[in-house]
Design a protein around this ligand. Structure first.
Ligand code: SF4
Length: 725
C-alpha cells in the first residue's frame, strides 16, 4: 500500500507498509507500522527472499529518527551575529539562488562546488541530481566522499585492466581473502566479498558449504574471529604482506598458468618486483608468523573460485592504491574471473545492459578528469578529489571554489585535516548544508536546508544493485508524509538550477524545469536506459529474478588485450615500500617518535557518528573510544575511561581510553567522523573526537588519486586525566 492509496482512517489505526532501510547502504527490507502518518515501529521482512527478515539495531531506530526533537524541520539562515533564524525553503532557495548567480557571474562555474557525503549515498537521487546540477552549469567541481575513503577502487582497476564479466562471486566462492574490512559491522564489502545482506547467516552458510576465510586485520574483528586464518599485521604493512603472499604464489607456481598465458602480459615483471619480499623479511616487518603467510597464500591459491578484496582499513592507510592493486593482481593471476558460461551474482538492473564478455579491457590512465589547481592532481571518473577541496577553496587564483553545497556530509569531522577544513569553510562566500541535524559543518553554514528523511521519499537500492548476492530488485515509495518544510536533496539542486536558468541533464533527458517533478518522475529520468525499466522495478519489490541472471559471454575472438599487472609506477612504488622499511617512513616520520599506529574502525550501533543522537543507540556510547590493547594500557598505567592525548606529526586529539583484547599491541583503534568543531575537544566524553585532525593532506598522499593517509597514522599516546582511582 502507498500513502497515496491509503484511505482516510480512524485516528490510531495502524497501517503497515513495505519499504527498505536507508540508514546505511545495505538496503534491508522493512515493514513500517504507521499511525496517523507517523512511523511507530520498524522490523525486518521475514518473507524477503534475500534478507529473510534481517535488520540491525540502527534500522530499527528509524521511527525515533523521523520524529527526534533535534531533527531540523525548517531551513535556517545565519544572521550576522552568527546565530540562526528560521527561513522558509522557498525564501532560502531564492536567497541562495541569488548568491549563486552573483558568484557564477564574478568567478565562473568552477567556483560553485558540491560535496555529497555518506548520507547522500542512501538516497538514490542525491548523486544523480548533484552530478546533473554540475553538468547543467558546466562546473567540474562535483565532489563526493568516495575520494576520501576508497578512491583506489575507482583508479586501480583501470591501471590493471578490467575484466568485462567481473571477478568471482561470493555465493559460490571456495575462499575469501578479506583485507581490512568487517562486513559483520560495516554491512559492506568489496565486489565478490561478503555484503551486509543478512551477513551472519550468509557467512555461516558459506562456511558450511566449505568456503575458507582468510582475514588480514590488525584487530581480531567479529569477522576475523570466524576466519580459518587471521593474519594480524602491524598497521600500514598491507602492501608488504600482499607482496609476500604474491611471491609465495608465484614462487610455488600456484597461479593459473593457462589464464596468465592467455590474459596477463607482464607476470615476469611482477615476479621480479616482489622477489625482494622474501618470507623472513615480510614476517619480521609485518610481525606475522611466516608459516601463516605461506598457509594463507596456499589456501587462497588452492581454491578454484573466490576473491581477495580490500576495505577502508588499507584503503585509508599508506600506499592505499598499491594495496588495492596487489589485491586485484592476486585475483588476476589466480584467474578468479567469471569465465564464459558463469553466472554473475548481481542483476545490475539499475545500470545499462552492457556486454559481459569473458575478456579484458586493456589498462588505461586511471585519472583523466579535470585538473585540480593543487598538487598536480586530476579528477577521477567525472568527479574531483575531495582531499584537495579545502585547498581549492583556500588557494587564490582563477577557478577558486567560492560556494559549496554539502549534501548528506559533515566535512568538518570527515575531510582530512580538520583545522584546514574549518579554515576553508570559513573562507567560503557561500556555504549551504543540507542536513537533518545541526552538524559541526552546519555551524559554519550561511544556510542549513532541512531535508526529508528516508520514509518520506521514494527510492531504489541503487548502490547495492551491483553488490546483491542475487539478481534482486526492490523499490519503495514514501510511506509517511513529510514533517515540516523539508526538501528531498534532489529538489534543492532542481530549485537552484531553475533559479540559475540552468538544466538538470539526466540519462532520460533534462528534468522538466517548469513544474517540480515528483520523486518517481525523477527516478524515471535518473535510471532511464537501465537493464530493467523503472516501471518493472516498481512492480517487483523484494524479488529475486532467477530467469534474469546475467551469464558471461564468450570473448571476442579478435580481443588481444591483456592485463598489466606490473606497470612502471607500481614497480617504482613496490621498490619504494621495500626501501622504506616501515610504513611511517611513507609519511617522512621517524617511528621512534610515534610508536603507536591509529587505525580506523566501525562501530556496530552507528554509521560513523550518525545515529548517536538517538536514545537506544546513544545509550551504547556517547564517544568514539580509543581502543587499546590491555598490555599497552597497563604500560601507560591507564584504565577504562581515562582521558588521553593522541598526537600525530600534524596535531593532537583528546580521547577516552578503553581496553580491548581484540586490538593488537601498538595500535589505537578509533571510529572516524565523530566530535565537533572545537579543536580542543572539551566535550569529548559527550560527542567524541575527530581523528581527521591528526591528518594532513600533503603528507604521503597518493599521486594518482590524491588519497590521504587516514589510517595507520603514526601517533604517540600520553595520559591527560586518570579517573576511577
Ligand atoms: S544493516 Fe543498514 S540497511 Fe540494514 S537495518 Fe542496519 S542500518 Fe538499515
Amino acid at each position: 500500500m502507498t500513502i497515496a492509496d491509503e484511505r482516510p482512517t480512524q485516528s490510531g489505526e495502524v497501517h503497515t507498509h513495505h519499504s527498505f532501510c536507508r540508514f546505511c547502504h545495505a538496503s534491508c527490507p522493512i515493514e513500517v507500522d504507521v499511525v496517523d502518518g507517523r512511523a511507530v515501529a520498524v522490523r525486518g521482512v521475514a518473507e524477503d527472499p534475500l534478507f529473510a527478515g534481517y535488520t540491525c539495531i540502527k534500522g530499527r531506530q528509524i521511527p525515533e529518527q523521523m520524529t527526534h526533537p533535534g531533527r531540523l524541520r525548517t531551513s535556517l539562515r545565519r544572521r550576522s551575529d552568527g546565530t540562526f533564524e528560521e527561513i522558509s525553503s522557498e525564501d532560502a532557495m531564492d536567497s541562495i539562488g541569488a548568491e549563486l548567480r552573483r558568484i557564477l557571474h564574478a568567478h565562473g562555474p568552477r567556483a560553485i562546488a558540491s560535496y555529497t557525503g555518506t548520507g547522500g549515498y542512501q538516497n538514490s537521487l542525491a548523486i544523480p541530481a548533484a552530478r546533473a546540477f554540475h553538468q547543467g552549469l558546466k562546473s567540474p567541481s562535483f565532489y563526493t566522499s568516495v575520494t576520501i575513503d576508497q578512491p583506489a577502487k575507482a583508479t586501480a582497476p583501470f591501471r590493471v585492466g578490467i575484466w568485462e564479466a567481473g571477478y568471482n562471486n561470493f555465493s559460490d566462492a571456495e575462499v575469501l581473502l578479506a583485507i581490512g574490512y568487517n562486513p559483520l559491522v560495516s554491512s559492506f564489502g568489496p565486489v565478490g566479498g561478503l555484503q551486509g545482506t543478512n551477513p551472519y547467516v550468509a557467512l555461516r552458510e558459506a562456511q558450511r558449504r566449505g568456503m575458507k576465510l582468510i582475514v588480514i586485520d590488525p584487530r581480531r574483528t567479529e569477522f576475523a574471529a570466524r576466519a580459518d586464518i587471521h593474519l594480524a599485521p602491524r598497521p600500514g604493512e598491507d602492501p608488504t604482506l600482499m607482496a609476500g603472499i604474491l611471491k609465495v604464489v608465484i614462487d610455488e607456481g600456484l597461479f593459473d598458468h593457462e589464464f596468465c598465458e592467455r590474459w596477463v602480459g607482464d607476470l615476469a615483471r611482477l615476479a621480479e618486483a616482489v622477489s625482494a619480499f622474501d618470507l623472513d623479511y615480510v614476517a619480521r616487518r609485518c610481525d606475522v608468523p611466516a608459516d601463516d603467510i605461506v598457509a594463507a597464500a596456499r589456501m587462497f591459491a588452492a581454491a578454484r573460485k573466490g576473491t581477495s578484496g580490500t576495505g577502508t582499513g588499507p584503503s585509508m592507510a599508506p600506499h592505499s592504491s598499491l594495496t588495492e592493486h596487489l589485491s586485484i593482481v592476486l585475483n588476476t593471476i589466480c584467474g578468479r574471473v567469471n569465465r564464459e558460461g558463469d553466472t554473475l551474482e548481481s542483476g545490475y538492473f539499475l545500470y545499462p545492459d552492457t556486454p559481459k564478455r569473458a575478456q579484458v579491457h586493456a589498462a588505461r590512465p586511471p585519472a583523466t578528469g579535470a585538473p585540480q589547481r593543487v598538487r598536480n592532481l586530476r579528477g577521477i571518473r567525472g568527479e574531483m578529489l575531495t582531499t584537495a577541496l579545502s585547498e581549492e577553496i583556500l588557494t587564490p587564483g582563477d577557478g577558486r571554489v567560492r560556494a559549496l553545497i554539502v549534501s548528506g556530509g559533515n566535512p568538518v569531522v570527515a575531510w582530512p585535516d580538520q583545522e584546514l577544513t574549518i579554515r576553508a569553510m570559513k573562507d567560503l562566500e557561500l556555504l549551504v548544508v543540507i542536513d537533518h541535524r545541526m552538524s559541526a559543518t552546519a555551524e559554519f553554514a550561511h544556510y542549513v536546508i532541512a531535508p526529508t528523511l528516508s520514509l518520506e521519499r521514494a527510492d531504489v537500492p541503487h548502490l547495492m544493485d551491483r553488490w546483491f548476492s542475487a539478481p534482486y530488485t526492490n523499490y519503495t515509495e514514501a510511506v509517511t508524509p513529510r514533517v515540516g518544510d523539508v526538501m528531498n536533496e534532489w529538489e534543492v539542486f532542481w530549485e537552484l538550477a531553475r533559479r540559475l536558468n540552468s538544466t538538470l541533464p539526466l540519462p532520460g533527458g533534462d528534468a522538466p524545469m517548469d513544474v517540480r517533478p515528483t520523486d518517481d518522475e525523477m527516478l524515471d529520468l535518473a535510471y532511464a536506459g537501465s537493464r530493467m525499466p523503472m516501471e518493472e522495478v516498481r512492480r517487483n519489490r523484494m524479488t529475486v529474478h532467477p530467469d534474469k541472471r546475467l551469464v558471461a559471454q564468450a570473448a571476442d575472438p579478435e580481443c588481444t588485450a591483456r592485463f598489466t599487472v606490473a606497470p612502471d609506477d607500481i614497480i617504482e612504488e613496490i621498490g619504494r615500500v621495500r626501501s622504506e622499511g616501515d610504513s611511517a617512513a611513507a609519511l617522512g616520520v621517524d617511528p621512534a617518535d610515534y610508536p603507536f599506529r591509529l587505525v580506523s574502525r566501525r562501530l556496530k550501533h552507528v554509521l560513523n557518528s550518525f545515529g548517536s543522537e538517538l536514545s537506544v543507540l546513544g545509550a551504547k556510547g556517547s564517544t568514539n573510544p580509543a581502543y587499546m590493547n590491555p598490555d599497552d594500557m597497563e604500560l601507560l598505567d591507564l584504565a577504562d575511561g581515562d582521558l588521553i592525548e593522541i598526537t600525530s606529526p600534524r596535531s593532537s586529539i583528546r580521547a577516552v581510553a578503553e581496553s580491548a583484547e581484540d586490538v593488537r599491541r601498538g595500535v589505537v583503534s578509533m571510529a572516524h567522523s565523530w566530535g565537533g568543531s572545537s579543536l580542543t575537544d572539551e566535550k569529548v566524553r559527550d560527542i567524541g573526537t575527530p581523528t581527521n585532525r591528526l591528518v594532513s593532506v600533503d603528507r604521503g598522499h597518493d599521486t594518482v588519486n590524491g588519497m590521504v593517509v587516514q589510517s595507520a597514522i603514526p601517533v604517540r599516546v600520553s595520559v591527560l586525566e586518570r579517573i576511577n582511582r
